[in-house]
Design a protein around this ligand. Structure first.
Ligand code: GTP
Ligand code: MG
Length: 173
């Protein structure tokens, strides 16, 4: 079992390519109300969870809700790929504005696994090149997360380690 220590009040960014299992992980470890998913917010602002042209508005709304939750002292999980520095910077900013620790949980599965899962989904229609680019962004992310301001960076490598992970909440003083 891999124990992931997380402050009781944190902004948790899941980081991983499409098909790495972020939404599955979020469902398993957190309450639905704790999880802000980019897909859900695209649906809310565009009636279409896959409308990528709605991403800017969707993240605007997501950041706004995250900020309100943090102000109210509620642990918040962001279920988005979070593969690009500018996407993560927005989350770091919201966390800092509310004196909340930003934490990253990286799900790193082999590209073949992510591709197989993605191909099996009717709601994901992008090509292998897109996944390839996400993998490249992920590789570049590893060395950057702590420097960007994430106070804890948990990296889960492979399907088994992801399966065996448990969250442990640290009391704050
Ligand atoms: P995006 O939302 O596209 O970024 O993907 P995601 O990272 O949220 O992946 P998601 O959790 O939706 O998982 C993708 C597919 O893989 C789903 O059909 C899941 O059922 C499957 N899946 C996720 N995690 C596991 C796992 O641990 N084991 C198995 N067998 N399947 C998994
Ligand atoms: Mg998902």
């Amino acid at each position: 079992m891999t124990v992931l220590d997380i402050p009781e009040l944190a902004l948790v960014a899941l980081v991983g390519v499409s098909g790495s299992g972020k939404s599955t992980f979020a469902r398993r470890h957190f309450a639905p109300s704790q999880v802000l998913s980019s897909d859900t917010f695209r649906g809310l602002v565009a009636d279409d969870e896959n409308d990528q042209s709605a991403s800017a508005d969707a993240f605007d709304a997501l950041h706004h809700v995250a900020a309100i939750r943090l102000r109210r002292g509620l642990l918040t999980v962001v279920d988005a790929t979070n593969l690009q520095p500018h996407a993560r910077a927005g989350l770091i900013r919201v966390a800092r504005e509310h004196d909340v620790l930003p934490v990253a949980i990286v799900l790193d599965v082999p590209e073949a696994v992510a591709w197989e899962r993605t191909e099996a989904r009717a709601d994901r229609t992008f090509g292998r090149q897109v996944l390839n680019r996400m993998r490249r962004d992920l590789r570049q992310s590893f060395g950057r997360l702590a420097r960007e301001g994430f106070r804890k960076v948990h990296v889960l490598r492979g399907v088994e380690e992801i399966d065996a992970a448990e969250i442990r909440y640290e009391k704050m003083f």
